[in-house]
Write a protein that binds this ligand. Structure first.
Ligand SMILES: [Mg+2]
Length: 314
């Protein structure tokens, strides 16, 4: 569902033909004021292979190629931000509690697959999801630059990194600093420093692809996660940063020059994951994220990367 297309795309992942038929019949036609389209697949592999991102997923946890909460985890790796309603055959409060923590929006017993119940669950789930997304946007954006903040960057990058690891695909992680921010602040005032940070964000946004995740992860620090990026793109991306930086600096009436310093660029799953987890300050697999751990890990990453620290060429 986009602003251009108000149709809600619902994906039903269910291998049982009887339940699939009941769900399909219950959702057809869409009620007054709603417009939705249902797509049905029978396996997790078929769901994950879809190129179009659905707006809502109705998920059976017991499929030919996945069982239990693993089904939910793997589907959410593929469609991290899509609300999921679980279709359950048996009531199990423990599984339901764990699934809610893992991101499921709601549950529906398979004996409740009536038009009234299913439509209500779909509408309520979408509304809850929309409100959660609004809150998420507020808490994951850097207000000054409009980029992701540190939490937003990690929230968006981590599932993509895990997906890449699972699929043995490459990705890149870049760290860059805006050089001389303190001097700009001291000489011209913080409002000019803020302008320089916005310039840096502008340069990075123009240099990287729309699929890349760009975050301001500290005062003058930026990180970029580039999924599915082959090794040769490192130099291409740095050249693009250089080009857009020169363009920005050529504009008249700026009391400063924007100079981005490349801290580190790491390729592929292993090195990239290590860097990404350095942001968390924890070992892969652990979810502990305290500020002091984060600071220590980032300091360590800086020491390790001093050899590769270099200004983006003019
Ligand atoms: Mg099943």
């Amino acid at each position: 569902m986009t602003s251009d297309d108000p149709t809600l795309n619902i994906l039903l992942v269910e291998d049982d033909p009887v339940h699939a038929h009941l769900a399909t019949a219950a959702l057809h036609p869409a009620p007054e004021g709603w417009d939705w389209r249902l797509k049905h697949v029978e396996t997790l592999a078929a769901a994950c292979a879809l190129t179009e991102t659905p707006d809502l997923i109705l998920l059976d946890l017991t499929l030919p190629d996945a069982r239990g909460l693993d089904t939910l985890h793997r589907l959410r790796e593929r469609f991290a931000f899509v609300p999921v309603v679980l279709l359950t055959a048996v009531e199990d409060p423990d599984i339901e509690a764990t699934a809610l923590q893992a991101g499921a929006q709601d549950f529906l017993g398979k004996d409740e697959l009536t038009a009234r119940t299913l439509r209500r669950v779909v509408r309520y789930s979408m509304e809850r999801h929309r409100r959660q997304q609004d809150l998420m946007r507020l808490s994951t954006r850097d207000e000054l630059t409009g980029l992701c903040n540190r939490r937003g960057f990690l929230t968006a990058a981590e599932p993509l990194a895990r997906l890449a690891e699972r699929g043995n695909r490459t990705f890149l992680v870049f760290f860059a600093d805006l050089d001389g921010l303190k001097a700009i602040n001291d000489t011209h005032g913080h409002h000019v420093g803020d302008e320089a940070l916005r310039d840096a964000a502008w340069i990075l946004t123009h240099s990287f692809r729309s699929a890349d995740i760009i975050g301001r992860i500290g005062g003058d620090e930026f990180a970029i996660f580039a999924p599915d990026a082959p090794p040769e793109t490192i130099e291409i991306m740095i050249r693009r940063v250089s080009k857009w930086q020169a363009e920005r600096n050529a504009e008249p009436d700026r009391p400063y020059k924007v100079s981005l310093i490349r801290r580190q660029a790491a390729l592929a799953s292993a090195a990239g994951c290590t860097l990404l987890h350095a942001c968390y300050g924890c070992a892969p697999g652990s979810r502990a994220r305290t500020t002091s751990q984060f600071r220590r890990a980032r300091a360590a990453a800086r020491r390790d990367s001093d050899a590769s620290r270099s200004p983006v060429p003019e």
